[in-house]
Design a protein around this ligand. Sequence first.
Ligand SMILES: [Zn+2]
Length: 582
Amino acid sequence: MKQALRKILATIVCAGLVATSAPAQREATRTRAAQKTTNHAPKLVVVLVVDQMRGDYIERYGHQWTKGLRRLVKQGAWYRQAAYTYMNTITCAGHATISTGSIPATHGVILNAWWDRETGKQVSCTEDPKARTISYGAPAIGAHSAFRLEVPTLADELRAQLDGNARVVTMAVKARAAIMLAGHRADAATWFDAGSGAWVTTSAFTAAPVPFVESFLKSHPVERDFGKVWTRVLPESAYLFKDAEAGERPPEGWSEVFPHPLEGKSEKPDAQFYRLWAESPFADAYVGEMAAATVDALGLGKGPGTDYLAMSFGALDSVGHAFGPQSHEVQDTLVRLDETIGKLLAHLDHAVGAKNYVVAFSADHGVAPIPEQMMGEGIEAGRVATSDVIARVEKAMEPLLGAGKHVARMTYPDLYFMSGVYAKLQADATAMAAVKEAIRGVPGVWRVYRSEELENAKGSGDAIMRAIALSYYPGRSGDMVVVPKPYWFLVNEAKSVPAGSATTHGTPHGYDQHVPVILMGNGIKGGEYLNAASPADIAPTLAFLCAITLARADGRVLAEALEMPRSADIKATMPSESVKKQ
Ligand SMILES: [Zn+2]
């Protein structure tokens, strides 16, 4: 009550008036009451991210869905041409883009990891030496937060701008997904540490385990899935393509064909079991259950303001990397996700009310086909080894700098030189040309850009250069950026393909950039939209629905998909209007 009063006073002070009389306060209270009843803001914002979901999976595999995914496609506003605008189609960057409405050039989360020039070390996007991990089970190593995320998220802004004390809860198998979806503060952000088999969080969000998470985890041990077997949900004839296609690289413990047992190397849950579990649709189902339990435990959507619940489903990424986008495993993961999301939406309908929440559905990136399968179709495809790029660059620099280590690191497409080396290259046009030529000589390399070309290229007419510039963050990005040809991608070594890594993502090509963007529920006009859209548009659109302003958004409000509130209602939500009438 005291707090409510403080907020009323704050509202009046903000309106430029001095609150002295009781009538003024009563009037303000009425205004706030009017705000509650006429405001169209959703009571709960739900963000669903599927890791590595290509946009065309909806057209290709959608006929196999009957539940949650189908409902989103049929009832939601489906942006059929949605795509990332930038090159670094990588998990951490994608989640940060969805949660902030800005691009990596703005939010600074350029990749999952990059070379830190100050410390001379590779850092992960969530690594934070000042934080410590808080485990709900066995001790886990690591220390994470969103401190490298340079802008507030939608959730951060909901907390800061609305006086309803928005509850912010996220969950995912991956730390970078749970953390980036939340932002700088959260009531709970929970992820799975496969190394220890424990669910964990960070001291950046809480000083101790969060009780409602703890009680859910206690009553739902991951170990209950030990010994279960992943088989197809639908009859085999319902799946497109063959179970084992060329080039598949299953993770250790599984073969190219169903069934896939959730077992370890020993008779009890061990590291292999936890890894396989985390990479299976069973983990997605678990995340869905945790989300539903959270809605009940906290009464999300029933508070005075707008709450925020976000989750990332990670199985499709692991399964896609291993079996490729044309596999029975990818199709079955989606069929199971259809069920998981269906259950969650049904729970939200019941607990919050279908008209009271809004859902945004998207993916952090897509994925390339497995190169062997493209080659089988007569299309040039392959893997570019960063080790090969580095070796050729070192050789090309020998005449200028002598033999030795001049490259500090190549991380995804970003090439970093040892301190002082790049300045020497910039001062020597012949050497620079030789280095670029050497990189272009690596099979599968398409283009090479220098950092100074990218700094001001966000408006470039060259689409590839523009896409790289939108991922370019000065100080964090490499000295040079290497772009593979279509159907080629970067790997550490090309000689052998590691288990679980048949294909990947991270390029500016269509199959990596095109992802689903679907909005459904409170304030959304369902339908199929062919307008240009990107996952960066999600947060600005949700912010508009919640009547808050994002400090720095690069995306747009997807205005054509909104049910516009009547202007009379908007008027009634302006506290200054009625207060002035005194
Ligand atoms: Zn991935």
